[in-house]
Design a binder for this molecule. Structure first.
Ligand code: PLP
Length: 480
């Protein structure tokens, strides 16, 4: 028997074949060449693996045509959006893996207005001269927080790096051992501090730190006192942490600025969105006297990914002049979306109605139950068995770990499949639905499902729960 690998065309023969002519006419030669080479390598490897088994049946298609078909399929796959809309049925409002905050309609409109156009991003129209991109959200942040000045960078991790690099390069940043947290997505406070050029100076213990611990560590080399919101965990029991106010008082007394990484940018009364009254707003942190507050734009703020820095003008100005700021800058789309989001906060009632994450958090158990009951009726009508059960949703995104948001889940009954299998079908169907598994059943939490997406969710459930199509006759059933 001849080695089937010898029948594989050479790369040159493949590229000069009639089957490849249309590909080379439309697409860059080097790209098609390298895709063809990859496919040839794959084919050779496959044949080598099959060398001991029967040779493939002749389908009547030439090798060249078959390989061209594969290259067309790879090109088609490149045309698909890898980043696409998914339905978040997890009930985790700020789901970092699902892109955190969906933007308010006003923010989407604002992005659309500037996206395909020239803008005055860095142009002062009055002066007819170069302007600064940092003016665009500055006044809104100043008015909403009471800060002297404000700056927007790429994300909160960048904000912390910029603050420390500006205020504590080569100096000590004093932090409680109870706040050396990992936020997830590889944001670890000690590592971020090291990269920012500050020298980590730990004080206190994991569960208890007192003002005197900071005081004892302050000296010639102290650059900043850093406070970090624990964000994604709680500790209870024999605990003591120094409050932002206590730390600010100490900082003022010894002439060292306090930087507070507040994690989530909160601009409304936390009790209006189901959070603890202790959750500090940006304004409250500044009122406590800290010099600089850093926050994420896409957590509780409900805006685009960015880092918000507010505080004393002298420090913000130094950060703006730090060359590192240039490497962390935001683009016009971010600024447009952020400004539109912040504008909604000028009237808190409007923010609560129009910013999706706030609206989702503010939704009561009774409201979700009413939606769940109506949706359950639609499911039953479509032949999908569901059960309503009490549970809770999560804020997520490293915000308010202790907060519990009562909700009503819909548990899907599919007697023919395991929960894991149904969950997989929902994730990989025509519409991507990400759900939770509770009590061995797929659970849908409507808190995070936009009402406009409910019809698509129902259709996705219908398709995922559909009986397996009967095997097409004549197709041999392969033994698994
Ligand atoms: C989320 C969070 C960060 C990281 O913010 P990004 O905007 O994701 O970079 C940093 N610190 C705290 C306390 C956080 O909660």
């Amino acid at each position: 028997m001849t080695d089937p690998r010898r029948s594989i065309p050479s790369l040159d023969r493949l590229l000069s074949s009639a089957a490849f002519a249309p590909l080379l006419a439309d697409y860059p030669r080097e790209m098609i060449r390298s895709m063809a080479r990859t496919e040839l390598d794959r084919r050779r490897a496959k044949l080598a693996a099959e060398a001991t088994s029967d040779s493939p049946t002749d389908s009547g298609v030439s090798q060249e045509e078959a390989l061209a078909g594969t290259v067309y399929a790879r090109l088609a796959a490149l045309q698909d959006d890898t980043l696409r809309h998914v339905i978040n049925a997890t009930g985790v409002v700020l789901h970092t893996n699902l892109g955190r905050a969906p933007l308010a309609a006003a923010a989407v409109d604002a992005m659309r207005r500037v996206a395909g156009a020239y803008t005055n991003l860095e142009y002062d129209t009055d002066a007819g001269a170069r302007g600064s991109r940092y003016v665009h959200c500055r006044d809104l942040l100043v008015q909403l927080t009471g800060a002297e000045d404000a700056l927007v960078v790429n994300n909160n991790a960048a904000a912390v790096v910029l603050a420390l690099n500006t205020l504590a390069l080569g100096k000590e940043a004093v932090i409680s051992r109870g706040e050396l947290v990992e936020i997830g997505g590889a944001f670890r406070v000690p590592e971020i501090m090291a990269r920012s050029g500050a020298v980590l100076r730990e004080v206190g213990s994991t569960n208890r730190t007192h003002p005197a611990d900071y005081e004892a560590a302050i000296g010639e080399d102290t650059g900043v006192l850093l406070k970090v919101h624990p964000s994604n965990f709680t500790i209870s029991g024999y605990v003591a942490q120094v409050t932002a106010r206590e730390l600010a008082d100490l900082g003022r007394r010894v002439g060292v600025p306090v930087v507070y990484d507040a994690g989530s940018g909160l601009f409304v009364d936390p009790t209006l969105i189901g959070l603890s009254a202790d959750e500090p707003t940006a304004r409250a942190s500044l009122d406590d006297g800290v010099a600089v507050v850093t926050m994420s734009g896409d957590k509780l703020c409900g805006g685009p990914q960015c880092g918000l820095i507010v505080g004393d003008a002298v420090h913000i100005d130094a950060m703006r002049r730090n060359p590192l700021c240039r490497a962390l800058r935001v683009d016009k789309l971010t600024l447009a979306a952020l400004a539109a989001t912040l504008r909604l906060y000028l009237r808190p009632d409007q923010a609560l109605r129009q910013i999706p994450v706030l609206r989702m958090l503010a939704t009561t158990r009774a409201q979700i139950d009413a939606r769940a009951a109506a949706f359950a009726t639609e499911c039953e009508a479509a032949g999908i068995g569901v059960e309503r059960v009490e549970n809770s949703s999560a804020v997520g995104g490293g915000a308010s770990p202790g907060a519990s948001l009562p909700t009503v889940l819909l548990l899907i009954a599919d007697r023919t499949r395991t929960a894991a299998e149904l969950d997989r079908r929902l994730r990989t169907g025509r519409t991507t639905v990400v759900a939770r598994i509770v009590d061995d059943r797929v659970a849908i939490d409507l808190r995070t499902v936009e009402p406009a997406d409910q019809a698509a969710l129902l259709q996705a459930l219908r398709e995922a729960c559909a009986p397996e199509p009967a095997p097409v006759p004549s197709t041999p059933v392969s033994a698994q």
